[in-house]
Design a binder for this molecule. Sequence first.
Ligand code: ITT
Length: 205
Amino acid sequence: ERLVIATHNAGKLREISGLLAPYGVECVSAGDLGLPEPEETGTTFAENALLKAHAAAAAAQLPALADDSGLSVAALEGRPGVYTADWAERQWFEGEPGRDWYMAMGKVEGLLCAQGPVVDRSCWFSCTLAIAWPDGEEAVYEGRIDGTFSWPPRGTMGFGYDPVFVPAGHNLSFAELPLDRKQAISHRAVAFEKLVADQFAGRAR
Ligand code: ITT
């Protein structure tokens, strides 16, 4: 059985493939199928995840799994949240991949610093997984992990905002934790546990 992983984000694809590995699902990425990237016009993680999953399922005529995620900062009323990718979209340093993420993380830090010397740095990562079938059927699963926004960025593993996120109860950032340790606790792993219980129960090899 083939499942389209409806993401164009290489970091997500790596994590999703790893989380699905024990269940004998044959994964094919939206990129490999040459599927277009739909515009994310939703205002919630669920809306965007469903939009991406349905677009891929219809285009590929296969079941498709999409992930919409982001980092929310409590002292910024949950921003950037569903707009996390948008905050990094401006190419301040054209031709230098990765620097745009640094600027987006810096923007969060700047907004926090502007609030004064003592600021609540609580934040959380959210992940919403949506699975859709070509006949229009759908299901949604959500996960969250709480932590602290930490500056300056630390670590080289993971992707996106991992270098500034220190999960609650840990001292290392997500980018300093080996992938298997991130995968044991992350927002994505929490959502996956629900997806697997619902869709792949009893299929672990
Ligand atoms: P697709 O829509 O193609 O899946 P995207 O990068 O546009 O890829 P989103 O719209 O869901 O994905 O934006 C989520 C952003 O939040 C993503 O680009 C990451 O930078 C960040 N993010 C999500 N999960 C993360 C994680 O586990 N670690 C670090 N950053 C994460």
